[in-house]
Write a protein of this length. Structure first.
Length: 306
């Protein structure tokens, strides 16, 4: 990052959010970004505010939910593409990868909302007909100058007509039926969850569930979607990992690779297995629909505070 970055971060404002249209959110309450500065051609400082309480991203072990990192990454990628690379607002963003890491024991929820400065670097930029079409993004999250985590991701940008052509190659949009939303499974290891936030449906194996897709959820379906949102899959990774490991500690790592669209009206299975070593317990998760992998991911938990 550029020299003098610490001084430039202090200029970031946190008194209001950016316009919701730049982060593809319908509810202003779901907009976390507040400001940005361009530091060089492809380096930026971005401000974000994380609320102390949230409908879905509830604290674990007294720390901010890892999904704040993931959603801030998603919003930063879309926002900067629109504001700094002139991507039209009607273009569609498809995240293919996301990975975020926090502190070993998380960031404690304090007596005020967290003001987060994010150092951002865009790379691997590819253009089509003069328009940004694909890029990678790297982030460092800081509070008060101290690093609290980092993340990276990859995204593709599609004009509306291209998205429609690729999205509906094998079926018609008016053929899509009601989402699969079975009864929520018992999630004893995630007592901080509200029942309406449980995204694991009926258990279909020792460590396998049916994904529960509630398109009325105010956060996961903040706006209509023609496929299962990536945010829902990330939440399912966290929940499957907790149920499998019976771990109530802070999530310190979360990542996913999205291979194809998961259809709303066809069953998606969530299969998890453990991969533990040292002080970190990790669960690997695979999503399948009609025998094809639609996404894979992992979630890592730190040791509980003693």
């Amino acid at each position: 990052m550029t020299t003098g970055l610490a001084a430039q971060r202090k200029v970031l404002k946190f008194d209001s959010t950016v316009s919701r249209v730049y982060v593809h959110r319908q509810s202003v309450a779901e907009v976390f970004l507040t400001d940005h500065l361009r530091l060089s051609e492809h380096e930026f400082a971005v401000g974000a505010q994380w609320p102390r309480a949230h409908e879905l991203y509830r604290p674990t072990d007294g720390s901010y939910n890892i999904l704040f990192y993931a959603e801030t990454l998603r919003q930063a990628a879309i926002y900067l593409a629109h504001r700094c690379y002139d991507v039209p607002l009607d273009h569609c963003f498809v995240m293919s990868e996301i990975d975020v890491q926090g502190l070993p024991f998380g960031v404690r929820v304090d007596d005020h909302a967290a003001e987060v400065s994010v150092d951002v670097r865009m790379s691997g930029l590819h253009y089509r007909d003069g328009q940004l079409a694909r890029f990678r993004i790297e982030l460092e999250f800081r509070i008060g100058g101290s690093r609290i985590g980092f993340g990276n991701g990859a995204a593709q940008i599609l004009p509306p007509e291209v998205y429609k052509r690729l999205r509906w190659r094998h079926r018609r949009p008016d053929d899509v039926g009601a989402p699969i939303c079975g009864q929520p499974c018992a999630v004893p290891a995630t007592a901080e969850l509200l029942p309406s936030n449980v995204v694991l449906g009926p258990r279909i194996g020792p460590s396998e569930w049916e994904l529960r897709v509630d398109d009325a959820h105010p956060v996961l379906f903040d706006h209509p979607s023609d496929h299962v949102p990536g945010a829902l899959l990330l939440e399912a990774i966290c929940q499957a990992g907790r149920v499998l490991t019976q771990n109530r500690a802070t999530v310190v790592g979360l990542g996913a690779t999205f291979r194809k669209y998961a259809e709303l009206d066809r069953p998606v299975t969530v299969a998890a297995c453990t991969d533990s070593s040292g002080k970190v317990s990790t669960a690997r998760v695979v999503f399948r629909q009609e025998s094809a992998e639609v996404a894979v991911g992992y979630v890592s938990f730190a040791e509980s505070r003693t």
